[in-house]
Design a protein around this ligand. Structure first.
Ligand SMILES: [Zn+2]
Length: 218
């Protein structure tokens, strides 16, 4: 079974090689010497939410961070703990000097459902529980503004609200990184919130002035 799945990867890579290596002026002739993506996308690890596939992007186009529920933790001292997400953001902003940071949330996010259905305080001993506590304020806001939960349909709707609300928490957390605020001021770095409704095949963009998500017309 494992072998079959690995074989699929190899067959897929054969096609990738043909497309990006085996032609005159192939893309990797250039990319072998470096990368200069203009956009950092922070997306969920969910197998249905692949930013490069969704954007029909080529190698070199997007710098991507994927984690459970596409969360950005607040800035903390680099001297304590290990901060994989913060390190990747730091490199994208100060090293690659990306022009945009997109936080992309999505419908039916398992991480958000775990946050909404369990008390994260009770689950702090798990990696997911501790990680999802980043979005606790999103949960609190959703329950305050849209709660309480009466049935499963309500919970599904509250999860949708929280999937969106947590994007705004991550956008705010991005601003706690000194190099992010510095890049916003000195060179106009854009922070963008996107919500992917995978049920409907639609994208929504967060409007910071109106404080709401609007459908992107395709
Ligand atoms: Zn997710």
């Amino acid at each position: 079974m494992v072998k079959k799945e690995i074989l699929k990867l190899v067959v897929g890579f054969r096609q990738f090689r043909k497309k990006f290596y085996d032609t005159e002026g192939a893309l990797f002739d250039k990319l072998a010497n470096g990368q200069s993506p203009k956009t950092l996308i922070i997306a969920c690890s969910d197998s249905r939410v692949d930013p490069s596939l969704m954007a029909s992007a080529n190698p070199g186009d997007l710098f991507v961070i994927r984690n459970v529920a596409n969360l950005v933790p607040p800035h903390e001292s680099a001297q304590q703990g290990l901060h994989g997400v913060s390190a990747a953001i730091e490199f994208a902003v100060t090293g690659l000097k990306v022009e945009n940071i997109v936080v992309m949330g999505h419908r039916q996010c398992g991480g958000i459902r775990a946050l909404m259905t369990n008390d994260p305080e009770q689950k702090q001993e798990t990696f997911v529980g501790k990680w999802m506590s980043i979005a606790k304020t999103a949960k609190d806001n959703v329950l305050k503004n849209h709660g309480p939960v009466k049935g499963e349909g309500d919970m599904d709707l509250l999860c949708r609200h929280c999937e969106m609300e947590s994007i705004t928490v991550s956008l705010e957390n991005l601003k706690t990184f000194p190099f992010v605020t510095e890049a916003i001021q000195s060179r106009g770095l854009n922070l963008i919130g996107i919500y992917f409704d995978l049920e409907q095949g639609q994208l929504f963009e967060y409007d910071e002035v109106l404080k709401k998500f609007s459908l992107i017309q395709l």
